[in-house]
Design a protein around this ligand. Structure first.
Ligand code: ADP
Ligand code: ADP
Length: 236
């Protein structure tokens, strides 16, 4: 089943202001199936962030159709899109974006609080995710008292609490050392294999991309090429 489809996505910046016009994306089409693990790579300025923002509904394309789970998100009104994003999409950032005034547990359940889920449901979900990502010992700690790797695993848990069909991640290993990067990529691998959730990430990190089944290379706003991995990743 196709969960995400981008059809001839064009993004032009500066058209209305008329100052300097940049064609960041020049007609990108791609589709991602449920349960796929995909990386987008490409040089700086090639349009990766722009593409991720459009695929995830953070930004709108200048033209083209963007469909997630059968819904054309480029046509949705702001409120409708906000609600859709909360239910269907999880997002993980390079900078973690946790709230320092909340504990790890409170950060994780925040999206469930917004969805008015019951206390029992929230508790069960936190325990399941904390077990899966090995963060039980830090649930009562604050983000500034845990490592970068633990912060990112907290952010991944938060992205998953409302059972989204797809997780987007912008340079998720960008602020992590090698060991924490491996741990976070193993978390994404678990998400794909055990929860059958789709994961799509933008990365400069070739080791991060080595975990993905498909790598799409973007250059100057278009798809330059892509590779599909046959079989499983072999470790030495
Ligand atoms: P990447 O993530 O691959 O580095 P970006 O998507 O950030 O690429 O940028 C693609 C191009 O669009 C670049 O030329 C960048 O300067 C331009 N760009 C990105 N965001 C904006 C914006 N908000 N306004 C104007 N130009 C932008
Ligand atoms: P990265 O490539 O690491 O994602 P960038 O430095 O390209 O980061 O962009 C950071 C942010 O600034 C993005 O949200 C992008 O949309 C915005 N941006 C990039 N280039 C421009 C630009 N020329 N004008 C305005 N905003 C921009």
């Amino acid at each position: 089943m196709v969960i995400l489809e981008a059809d001839k996505i064009v993004k032009i910046y500066g058209e209305t202001s008329g100052e300097s016009v940049t064609k960041a994306l020049s007609g990108i089409s791609l589709s991602v199936k449920q349960g796929e693990f995909v990386a987008i790579m490409g040089p700086s300025g090639s349009g990766k962030t722009t593409l991720l923002n459009i695929l995830s509904g953070i930004d709108k394309p200048t033209s083209g159709v963007m469909t997630i789970a059968g819904h054309a998100i480029n046509k949705m009104k702001r409120d409708e899109l906000a609600l859709f994003r909360r239910k269907q999409i999880g997002f993980v950032f390079q900078e973690f974006n946790l709230l320092d005034s909340l504990t790890v547990k409170e950060n994780i359940i925040l999206p469930m609080v917004l969805e008015k889920k019951s206390a029992a449901e929230m508790e069960e979900k936190v325990q399941t995710l904390a077990g899966l990502f090995e963060i039980e010992p830090i649930l009562q700690k604050y983000p500034y008292n845990i490592s970068g790797g633990q912060q990112q695993r907290t952010a991944v848990s938060r992205a998953l609490v409302n059972n989204p069909g797809i997780i987007f991640a912008d340079e998720p290993t960008g602020n992590l050392d090698s060991k924490s990067s491996t741990a976070i990529m193993e978390c994404f691998e678990k998400i794909v294999q055990e929860l059958k959730t789709t994961v799509l990430l933008v990365t400069h990190d070739v080791f991060a991309a080595s975990y993905c089944q498909k790598v799409i290379f973007i250059k100057d706003g278009h798809i330059h090429s892509y590779i599909v991995k046959k079989g499983s990743r072999k470790e030495f």
